[in-house]
Structures are given as C-alpha cells and as structure tokens.
Write a protein that binds this ligand. Structure first.
Ligand code: BGC
Length: 800
C-alpha cells in the first residue's frame, strides 16, 4: 500500500474474491466489483454489478416452507472484455503462464488497474495494461481501457466485448439454495458496428436496466481496421473485432458503457438514454480527466491526514474511499439508504440496518447534504412503518430491522448455519432498537448541520412517530411502578429468547430501554424547538394530545433499567441467571470463536443459555452518550450514576463478548480509550484492518463492512482528534495516540468549513469558508467565537 493506492503484485487466485470486494469501484449509484474483465462467475472471479436501491424479491421453498427474500440484484456484467490470438484460447489467467501480475487500486483518482504479461501454450507472450473507472462525475458512465502489446508475435488478434445479463445472485455460498435468478432478458440490439445495447428487467420489482457499450480499437490515436461480428443470445450480446497486430506494437481498446434504470430521474426510457450517452461521450482520456476532477473535490472535503503512521493513513483512506463508492454526492438524486455491506457484494442482500448510526458521523461533518438525503429514505417509508406498528398493535411507526425497497421488514425468516448446514429460524428482526437509532441520527444530523427546516418538517415527523411507537410498546408494571419493554432483541444478536422458552425476544434490554427514555425526552425537546405552526400541524396529524405528553413524561421518569450489582447494567432481565460460558475451553477447541452462535448451534447448543455476547450491547450506551448525558438520563429515571460504572461495565462485558460483528471492536475501542489506552488501540487496529485482512475469514469477499469502515473514521475524528459535536459548540479536545504524530482534516460544522489539525502539542483551527455568522468552538474547557478567515493555535502543553 502507498498513501493513496493499494497494489497487489502477485496473482493469487484464492485471494481474488477478497481483492474484488476491496477493489470495487462505485459512484454512489452503481458499484462494480474489481473482478477480471475476461472471466464470468467462477471459483476465482465474481463480477458483481449493483445499483443503489436495485432490489428484487423472490420466493424459495426451503425446509418445507416457502420464504421470500429481497436481494440487491446482481445486474448484468458490463465488464466482459477478452482477447485471443489466432488459434488460441480466450484469455483466462488460469490457463496461461503468468510472467508478471499487478493489480492497483488508485484511490486518488478512482481507478482500478491491472498490468500483466502472459505466455500461452504456443509461447506467445502478450502484455496487457488495463484501467477501469466508474464515473463519479457522470453517474451513468463507466469505462475500461486496455493497452495490449504482442511482445514476441505478430498475426491476427480477436477482441471480444460483451454485456452479459445471464448473471444470477451467486456471491454468497450460504444463500445458494435460495432463488438467485432475478433478471428477465428484454432486448439485445446491435446499435452499430461498435456499439450494442442490452435491456433486462428484474422479475418482481420490474426495474428495467439498459446497458449500452461502445468499443473501439486504436493504434497511435487512429482507429484500427477490423473485421466485426456480433452474437446475441437471450440476455447476452457480444461484438468481436478481428484485426492484425504486429510484434512490439501497443494497441488501445476502449470500452465505454452507459447504465440506466427505470428508477432514474430525468429520463424517458433507460435504453434510449444509454444509447444517447455512448454516442455523446468522448474517449477514455476525457472521462479519466473528469474522474480526477471529481475525486479532487471529494478528497478535498473528506481526506483525513495522518502523519506518523503510514499503515493507519492508508487504511483510513481505503475506508474513506469505499464509503464514497457506496454513498457519494450522486446518491442525493436517489431514493436509497445505506446498505451495510456497501455496493460491494451480496451479503445481507444489500439491506439497510442500524449501521447508519456508525456511518453518519463521518458524513455529517463532510457531506451533510448526503445524510439528509439518506434520512429521507426513512421518511418515504414512514407509511410502511406505520402499517407495521399497527399490525403489531402499536401506535406511531415501527421501522424494520432490515429494510430494502419499500421499508417492509426484510429480515430473513430462516437462515443457514454454514457450519451445520441447518436452516434455523431467525429472530433478529426483534431488534426494535433500530427505531431509536433512526431518531438518534436525525437529532445528530440536526446538531451538526443546524438544518432547522429538515428537523421541523421531515425530521420531527419521523421522530415523533417513533416516540409514539415506543410509548405504546412500553408497558406499565404496577408492582415495580416502572415501565418495561418486552419481547425484543438487543444489539447482541446471540440472545434472542430465554433458554427453554418458546417465546421470541427478551424483556427489558437495558440498551433498548435507556434509548427509549432518551427518545421520549428528545421528542418533547424537539416540539419546543420547531416552528409553532409546524408543531400544531404535527400534533394534529399524529394525534398527539396532552394525555400522550403525560405518558411520555412518565415513561421518562419511570423506565425500568435492570442492574446486576455494583453499577453493572444487566444486558436484559434474566441475563444474570444465564450460565458463564467456558471461553477457554472453546478457544482451545476452535481456532476462531467469533461466530459462537454457529459453533454452538452445530453442537446442538445455543448462546441463549450463556452470558456470551456477539457484540457490544450495554456498552453501546457509553459509545453513544457522554458520561454527563448518561448521568442525566439515569438520574432522571431515579438510578444512580457514578463514572466508575463505565470501567466496571467494560471489564464485565469484555470478558463475555466474542466480537462476532466488526462493529463490536469499534465500540470497545471508543469506550476503552479513556480507561485502557493499550486495549483501546489494540481494538482500533483490529477494527481498521478487519476488511483489508478479512479477519472474519471470508466475509469481506461478500461485501465490505461499511459500519466498521466509516466507524473507524469516526473514531479517528471523535476519539483521536477529540471532536465532539454538541449543541453549544464544536468541542475539540484531542487525544492523539502515541503511534500517531499528527491528524488533520477539513470538517463542515453548521455550514462552515473548518480545517483542524492536532498533534501532541497543539491544535490549529482555521476557519476557511462559510457564512458570516460566528460559530462557537470549544477548546480545553473554554468556548471561543470564530468567524471566516480566522486562524488560531492552542497549545496543549501546560504553560508554567
Ligand atoms: C451485526 C449487526 C449489523 C449487521 C449488518 C450483524 O452481524 O450483528 O449489528 O447491523 O451485521 O452490518
């Protein structure tokens, strides 16, 4: 790795699928895995192309039941490009001698390159240097350029370029028994001797996608004369160019592709738009220069400079890069949320979970406009959430744990344990806490952006609808004189019911209950904050009356929080009675016990029986709230809060967590930073390499973990640089780790662009651009007023 690039300099087929995910190119609209152009789906190659919001539902009969899943569709493969020398085989790196191989992800400009030299069984050596881009500037365009040189031979060469709509969803082995055929072929057409069109449609959601490709061959800037042929089958079209090449001469092949779907704005019909685009667009070089421009702007806004630790610097850039491949300014024109696994693979079917909670803090301070558009994804699905609440017997809106096209619950009903090959009922949909995370995101977007219009109109409506749901879900227990929440699952997905109980869900998950208390209090605050006329409208439209207010106030004071002892919060009521898990025995027995749930299920056991968690649950509270905020919430509920509670809870739960989710390390690293710097750093290092080194043994090939990626960036800004976005000010209290010298970044706080750099001795704040009003910046316990053009430095060394 170098600062802005990743280079793999060996052909390692067994690693290829991981590299593909890490070399995915996207633009917030489409994402295409870094697969080889010349191959279709095989053991070492999976050319997936996904469109943000491009879902389809399909039914499968499994274990005697018919289940329906909604997948992020693998759309036609536009990459297909291959060559063969006369009488030879079409290129396949598995069939030839590889003399040289390099694969380079150039993050600074958003391109993927492959440089290789091969020798076929007739001794012909050919070198290829390829570059590919998915245009950030022109969201419908993508392109490939090949430089191909016959090193020791002359003769005829054939180039085959194709658009392949015969693909299925096949990236995730454990989904293979489920229906993965989502596309119907609609049309193939040769537009002219260089251009072709493919149109397909998803079977159930009826999304039409058109891909048009223009392929041209040049020698020294001039078109090369060739014999041209084309073939068409259902859902597949190819064009073949046959021409004479001379030893040592470099030929250029350019394939430019336009992709449109029927979900796009400002179009008439996808096929027509795609064909227009490939007629109008210039050559690869022009596209590349526009790509560089677009990336210059993106990096200017989002780069995080880290001096003194090259590895962390590179990985942070990799994480920024992939966040922007999934969600970019292009995303703002779409009706989409943030898929937890990016547009990089098919794990979790492209669904949207609570991971936004970890992703928005990075976006809020750089691209608040994007967060706003992503929050609108929830607004447009309010009616479905209202319907779900009503079906469950609740008020307000109940958002699903896994969301896809229309906001229906998309969690799978059965999931396959790949270790045992058993299909098991999946109760994780009971993670109703996703609702509080949506509310939390709305509030934090508002605090960072000061977007009052959004809060008043859309934000408040979602927020209050969630508050209504929670108030109806909470049940009063007169014996305790407390409100309780029953039948839910907390963030720790290993516990979904009580051992030996047939009922799903658990009672009084502490994280859920405390978040509900926060939501109800904030809902009341928001009503005081927004415009009076809007308040009146909302109260009327959502039927919120005085009685409802008193209920919210009462729950705010009387929500039940279970404790074990000595300030240790009980993960849920009854958790204290579960057995201790024999961690040591299992660590000795198995190489990797991150996915303890699968191991135990295979053994005929269940994690429900043990104090063993997949990920941070109680500890989320210390991740999301400052000690003061948490103190406020708990004291209002009549519980005592002492700061040493944090440490005690970390100790308790770190001994009982397997970190089966990458999000877990993130939370641990953050909360340990104050109490155990070494452990915090260790968790941070594991977090930041988790996708690059695929620490979960195969999951990254199925898509990146965007929550962990963007969350690691938030750790850098919030923990190391010490930025805290608060209501009164943007606070900066750095906590730069020893293994980093200096951190710098540009952030957007309430519409002002601020450049911040911190090291072990000083903080530099430069107010670069923004509006004319002054802004509060808090440094080391004091608030200062800043306005445009001001640059100030603060010493961190105690002055004697
Ligand atoms: C985690 C969830 C997360 C989901 C998607 C699961 O493994 O347990 O917390 O939302 O992955 O990233």
């Amino acid at each position: 790795m170098s600062g802005f690039s990743i280079t793999y300099d060996e052909w390692k087929p067994e690693e290829q699928k991981l590299r593909e995910a890490l070399c995915t190119l996207g633009n917030g609209y489409i994402g295409t895995r870094g697969a080889a152009e010349e191959n279709s789906n095989n053991n070492f190659n999976y050319p997936g192309t996904y469109v943000a919001g491009g879902y389809n539902r399909a039914k499968t009969k499994i274990s005697g039941r018919t289940i329906e899943n909604e997948d992020l569709v693998n759309f036609p493969n536009w990459l297909c490009l291959s060559f063969r020398p006369e009488g030879g085989k079409w290129l396949n790196l598995q069939d030839v001698e590889i003399l040289d191989y390099k694969q380079i992800l150039e993050m600074k400009q958003g391109t993927l390159g492959r440089i290789f030299k091969i020798k076929d069984d007739e001794g012909r050596i050919t070198s290829i240097s390829s570059r590919r881009l998915v245009s950030m500037k022109d969201l419908h365009l993508a392109a490939i350029q090949w430089h191909i040189t016959p090193q020791n031979w002359s003769g005829k060469l054939e180039i085959r370029t194709a658009l392949d709509g015969t693909v299925i969803n096949d990236n995730v082995a454990r989904y293979r028994e489920l229906e993965g055929r989502h596309l119907d072929p609609l049309r193939t057409e040769v537009i002219n001797e260089n251009s072709m069109l493919l149109v397909v449609q998803t079977k159930q959601s009826k999304i039409t996608m058109a891909q048009a490709a223009r392929t041209q061959i040049y020698y020294k800037q001039k078109n090369v004369k060739s014999e041209k042929n084309s073939n068409q089958e259902k859902g597949y079209i190819e064009q073949i160019f046959n021409f004479t090449v001379e030893e040592g001469k470099k030929y250029v092949v350019e394939k430019i592709v336009a992709i449109y779907t029927s979900r796009d704005r400002g179009i008439t019909e996808p096929g027509l738009e795609a064909v227009n685009d490939i007629k109008r667009v210039g050559r690869f070089k022009e596209m590349l220069s526009r790509q560089k421009e677009a990336f210059k702007f993106l990096w200017h806004r989002s780069d995080i400079g880290i001096i003194g630790n090259k590895k962390i610097q590179q990985l942070a850039r990799l994480h920024i890069f992939h966040s922007l491949q999934t969600i970019s300014p292009n995303t703002m024109s779409l009706d989409v949320g943030v898929p937890a696994r990016g547009l990089h693979g098919e794990a979790y079917r492209g669904h949207i979970f609570w991971d936004e909670l970890y992703i928005y803090p990075f976006l809020n301070l750089r691209f608040p406009e994007i967060t706003r558009s992503l929050l609108m994804y929830r607004y447009y699905r309010l009616d479905e959430a209202r319907h779900a609440a009503k079906q469950g017997g609740y008020n307000g809106a109940m958002f699903p744990w896994q969301s896809g096209s229309n906001g229906r619950e998309e969690s799978q009903i059965l999931h396959l344990n790949p270790d045992s090959q058993n299909w098991i009922p999946d109760n994780t949909h009971l993670q109703r806490h996703v609702n509080s995370s949506i509310a939390f995101n709305i509030w934090n977007y508002y605090v960072a952006s000061d977007d009052k219009l959004f809060l008043s109109y859309f934000g408040a409506e979602i927020f209050l609808s969630i508050a209504l749901f929670w108030a109806s879900k909470a049940k009063y227990n007169s014996e305790r004189d407390r409100y309780e929440i029953h039948g839910v699952v907390g963030p720790d997905e290993y516990h979904t019911s009580y051992p030996d109980s047939n009922e799903q869900g658990l009672d009084n998950n502490a994280y859920t209950n405390i978040m509900v208390a926060w939501v109800l209090q904030k809902a009341l605050d928001i009503l005081e904050l927004i415009e009076k006329s809007r308040k009146r409208e909302l109260l009327r439209d959502l039927a919120i009356n005085e009685e409802e207010f008193s209920l919210w106030q009462d729950i705010n004071k009387k929500m039940y929080v279970p404790f074990i002892k000595d300030g240790i919060i009980n993960q849920f009521e009854g958790y204290e009675k579960l057995g201790e898990f024999p961690w040591k025995d299992y660590q000795e027995k198995y190489e990797d016990i991150q996915r303890l749930d699968r191991i135990l299920e295979k053994e005929g056991e269940s994690p429900n029986k043990y104090k063993a968690s997949k990920q941070a649950d109680v500890l989320m509270l210390f991740y999301l709230f400052t000690p003061d905020e948490l103190k406020g919430i708990l004291e209002r509920l009549g519980y005592e809060f002492k700061e040493d509670m944090i440490h005690k809870n970390i100790e308790y739960y770190s001994e009982r967590t397997s970190h089966g989710s990458t999000l877990s390390r993130l939370v641990f690293s953050w909360i340990q930073s104050k109490y155990d710097k070494a452990k915090s750093w260790e968790n941070f290092e594991t977090l930041i390499i988790s996708d690059f080194e695929d620490i979960q043994g195969g999951t990254t090939a199925e898509g990146i973990h965007l929550g962990a990626m963007a969350g690691s960036l938030d750790l850098i800004q919030r923990n190391f640089a010490g930025l805290a976005v608060c209501d009164d000010a943007l606070w900066i209290n750095p906590n730069v780790p020893e293994s980093i010298k200096k951190i710098s970044m540009r952030i957007n706080y309430r519409k002002h662009w601020i450049y911040v750099s911190v090291d072990h001795e000083k903080i530099k704040i430069s107010f670069e651009e923004g509006w004319s009003n002054e802004v509060n910046i808090g440094v080391l316990n004091e608030i200062y007023k800043f306005k445009i053009g001001e640059v100030r430095e603060f010493s961190l060394v105690p002055q004697s």
